[in-house]
Design a protein around this ligand. Structure first.
Ligand SMILES: *[C@@H]1O[C@H](CO)[C@@H](O)[C@H](O)[C@H]1NC(C)=O
Length: 138
């Protein structure tokens, strides 16, 4: 009896990753074979979804503006960091293959240091009165 349950469990798990006969990262070609989805290089992503047996005509397309992808692979382009939004200078612009890099806080803003020693990504206004030990706010 225990053996039967084990076999049944294996069958269910084996099928869980497949819909339409193909796996998550596969499409079905004209002959009905499951083929691995195309992987796009840095700065590019698939123009259509691919997987679970769909997407055979998907092509690689450049990341849209303000998005980037550093590596080759199946992942999508990600939104670039917006330095203005976190009140910091821009050290490097975003490109299709690299994220933007932010520099120091804009004048009148400071970054909190967390207990872990890391600093927050976002700079916050010094306020009135400014926090007493923040050099950036003097
Ligand atoms: C980012 O791009 C803008 C506009 O093209 C340019 O004026 C600026 O100098 C660039 N900044 C850096 C850090 O390269």
């Amino acid at each position: 009896m225990f053996k039967l349950v084990l076999i049944w469990t294996c069958l269910v798990i084996g099928e869980a990753g497949e819909v339409n006969g193909c796996r998550e990262q596969e499409f079905r070609d004209r002959n009905g074979n499951c083929i691995a989805c195309r992987q796009c290089g840095p700065g590019q992503e698939l123009s259509k979804e691919c997987g679970f047996g769909y997407g055979e005509d998907a092509r690689c397309a450049p990341c849209r503006p303000n998005r980037f992808k550093e590596d080759s692979g199946l992942q999508k382009c990600k939104p670039c960091l917006d330095c203005a939004l976190v009140n910091r200078f821009q050290k490097a612009n975003c490109t299709a293959t690299s994220n933007a890099m932010c520099g120091d806080c804009l004048p009148g803003f400071y970054r909190k240091t967390k207990l872990s020693g890391f600093q927050d990504m976002e700079c916050i206004p010094c306020g009135d009165p400014p926090p007493p030990y923040e050099l950036l706010c003097k």
